[in-house]
Design a protein around this ligand. Structure first.
Ligand SMILES: [Zn+2]
Length: 109
């Protein structure tokens, strides 16, 4: 009877050791995982850079479109003042701040 108990105690101690080994293994795996995560992060960055490049070329395309719109704006005629080169929403006669941007009222506290 006593011998059986001793055997069980030994077994428990062995399991304890195994558990310790497993924990060490887990922390090792965790290290590997963090390494892989940083690698993934790096790859993601590279991908972002590639993405930014393609976005930049798209932006350049958009820019040329804006240029075309600007050209067209030369033929705009204002409904409000009949002036050329702008339309009513941008009319400086409706918006004084567009006419004299430098002379903003200075507020004294
Ligand atoms: Zn106008």
């Amino acid at each position: 009877m006593t011998q059986k108990v001793e055997e069980q105690v030994k077994e428990i101690a062995q399991l304890h050791d195994e558990r310790f080994d497993n924990l060490a293994h887990i922390s090792q795996l965790n290290d590997e995982l963090s390494k892989l995560t940083s690698q993934l992060e790096y790859m993601r960055e590279q991908f972002d850079i590639m993405n930014t490049e393609s976005t930049r070329s798209k932006k350049m395309f958009k820019h040329s479109n804006e240029h075309q719109i600007k050209k067209r704006s030369n033929s705009w005629v204002c409904d409000h003042c009949k002036g050329k080169g702008h339309i009513r929403p941008y009319c400086f006669k409706l918006h004084d701040e567009l006419k004299q941007p430098q002379q903003k009222p200075f507020k004294k506290i």
